[in-house]
Design a binder for this molecule. Sequence first.
Ligand code: ZN
Length: 245
Amino acid sequence: MNKTSIKLTSASLITALSISMFPGCTNTKPDKTPKDSPSQTAAEIYKRPEIIDSGMAIQLLKEGNKRFVSNKTLSDDTTAEKRKSLVSNGQHPFAIVLTCSDSRVPPETLFDQGLGDLFVIRDAGNVVDPVELGSIEYGAEHLGSPLIVVLGHDKCGAVKATVEGGEAEGNIKEIVEKIKPSLEKVKHSCTDENQLCEACENENIKNSVAQIENDPIIKKLENEKKVRVIGAKYHLDTGLVSFEI
Ligand SMILES: [Zn+2]
């Protein structure tokens, strides 16, 4: 088993297996919703595949986001049993998520995942520096996560502050400096501030993806097809995540 394949212990196998076996078939709702049967654990309702690659990891995130948006979250994959199993068996998160610190963008919630599922790195503006890269390298190389997601979001305050300009206080200017190259790239193609913020958010996601892919360790893993890096964007109003930004 190479590093694209990791063992999973919780939520959502039916979905991943169905999609894997029947590409294009995404109507994989379980017979019972978790809200209908509170006595069942997530692991009892959904069984997961033993092995997962980046494509299956993306499907798990998509299905989890679908549950979140439709208010059918499992959300009970935080049991004492799961907690103890993660201590004795160690963690095998199936995705690394770099996202904004914005309190409205908690990845475990909006992807409906439980303990041990996601390796999360957060900072305002989902920007990348050596500390973030070190965490990402650890998640990919040592924990074997096959997928790295840069998750930006709309109405991002860090991007808005960069677009509005002016002098940022204290270390906030470090974040603004990281987003400025993205602003420079898109500022001549936008006609108003909202459009500019949106374009800058998208470009900032792409910029973080590019920086991660440029990391020698990640580049090597990607060349070996052991890891994949993608951009995604969360929409605050709808709860939906758009993939492949
Ligand atoms: Zn933000």
